[in-house]
Design a protein around this ligand. Structure first.
Ligand code: BTN
Length: 241
């Protein structure tokens, strides 16, 4: 690992991107106490107050072109859920494609950014993970959220310890995913699916039905009256009706 722990940064994802040449041959990992321009999925801002939460990014390299990336964000979700369960958090849920949920709301999110192809078939990816640990503010947060301190007040939360567990879990999962693909992650993902059995709608109501898990490629499946319709990540967002 090439680990960098910073006081303040625009975005840990952006910092990994800047550091990739410096850490050549090592896996770059960046953590920061706060982010001034934390980014979420779909161009949203990720609230990153100082000292409260985990802001962590890991640079990963894959061989075999962009195709190998189908399912990576789901794999990362499973890895983060494993790490949290190991730390004693019960009922960790996953919301397709890659939000980490607890029963009272969103605990964290994962932002996978493609840096591009280094050389033919070698792809650089940045996996950014944000987890609410002591999150106290609510301004700018547009949905019910949770934090580890609120959900599990009996545990004395240390961001370093959480980071260690998350990095370990990600570095355990990535080679399995590289070698064998998404296959082994389907069941552990499915088991934590918060949409399962819920009435869902996608494409602004064009597709309506009941959530029934993911297929072998990590697409979300909706059971409609006309059969099962797979939904690709990035295309649309799912809404509970
Ligand atoms: C989401 O929208 O749910 C994904 C949020 C990802 C936030 C993390 S915090 C660490 C890393 N750096 C960023 O700028 N974003 C990710």
């Amino acid at each position: 690992l090439f680990l960098n722990v910073l006081d303040e940064v625009d975005s840990t994802n952006a910092e990994v991107l800047r550091q990739i040449p410096a850490g050549a041959g090592k896996i770059p990992v960046v953590m920061a106490d706060c982010q001034t321009a934390g980014r979420g999925r779909r161009g949203r801002v990720w609230q990153s107050p100082r000292g409260e939460n985990l802001y962590l990014s890991i640079g990963l390299t894959f061989h075999g072109g962009f195709g190998v990336l189908d399912g990576l964000s789901l794999v990362l979700g499973v890895a983060v859920a494993n790490a949290l369960e190991q730390l004693g958090v019960p009922e960790v849920g996953l919301k397709w494609p890659n939000d980490i949920f607890l029963p009272d709301g969103k605990l964290g999110g994962i932002l996978v950014e493609l840096q591009g192809e280094l050389e033919e078939g070698v792809v650089q990816v940045i996996a950014g993970i944000g987890l609410n640990v002591h999150m106290s503010r609510t301004e700018g947060v547009d949905q019910p959220w949770s934090s580890l301190a609120r959900a599990c007040p009996e545990i004395e939360w240390s961001r370093n310890q959480i980071a260690g567990a998350v990095i370990d879990a990600v570095l355990d999962a990535v080679p399995v995913f590289s070698d064998l693909g998404f296959r082994d992650f389907r069941e552990p993902w499915q088991r934590r699916d918060i949409f399962k059995g819920k009435s869902l709608q996608a494409k602004g109501g064009e597709i309506e039905g009941v959530g029934c898990g993911i297929d072998d490629n990590g697409n979300y499946q909706i059971q409609t009256t006309d059969g099962v319709v797979p939904v690709r990540a990035g295309e649309i967002s799912l809404r509970v009706m």
